[in-house]
Design a protein around this ligand. Structure first.
Ligand code: HEC
Length: 165
């Protein structure tokens, strides 16, 4: 009996020892629920969905989470040309955490992307957003490409007033 118990115990010790590498596998992007929840909270209150999720504002946020941050075909047209809110889920799927954090803190983009606000996001918050995006996983299509000034966009688009007119 005692010997059997002993064997069980050593089996347990081996299992605990082996769980070391298993734990690091569990640290796949998007697997840390605390970070993921925090990321969901940050993207919600910091307004990323307002532009990066199709129809979000008009639906008062009642858009299935499966579609969140998949980018939008709605153009933003002004003196800078026409921009489209990118598919952040496809983007995050291509980047590791370090690349994402560094991009969010250095990004310069065209209007109306509030890159100057995003640059100020803390490393911890940016990490959380990354893990949330990875937990959602890649979905949707790439947003339409940027159009330079003078190239008329096809609807739907929002036209900003141009200065001097
Ligand atoms: C007012 C609309 C708006 C809001 C709000 C907004 N974005 Fe954007 N975002 C855009 C647009 C439009 C672009 C494309 C800009 C361009 O083409 O230069 C963009 C681009 C980006 C890019 C660059 C993507 C790439 O492929 O280079 C990142 C990253 C990004 N947004 C993240 C965020 C995050 C994170 C938030 C929330 C904190 C957010 N955005 C909020 C409109 C918005």
């Amino acid at each position: 009996m005692k010997i059997t118990n002993c064997r069980r115990l050593s089996g347990l010790a081996v299992a605990l020892f082996l769980s070391g590498p298993v734990t690091s596998l569990a640290a796949e992007p998007g697997s840390d629920q605390t970070l993921v929840e925090r990321g969901r909270y940050i993207v919600t209150v910091s307004g990323c969905n307002d532009c990066h999720t199709p129809g979000y504002g008009l639906a008062s946020g009642e858009i299935p989470e499966s579609l969140w941050l998949t980018g939008d075909r709605l153009g933003w047209h002004g003196e800078w040309g026409t921009t489209y809110a990118s598919n952040l889920r496809l983007l995050a799927a291509q980047l590791n955490e370090t690349q994402w954090v560094s991009m969010t803190r250095t990004l310069k983009a065209r209007p109306p992307m509030p890159w100057f606000n995003l640059n100020r996001m803390s490393v911890e918050d940016s990490r959380a957003v990354y893990h949330y995006l990875r937990a959602l996983g890649p979905a949707g299509e790439t947003a339409p490409s940027y159009l330079p000034p003078g190239t008329p966009p096809t609807p739907p688009y929002i036209a900003f007033p141009t200065s001097g007119t």
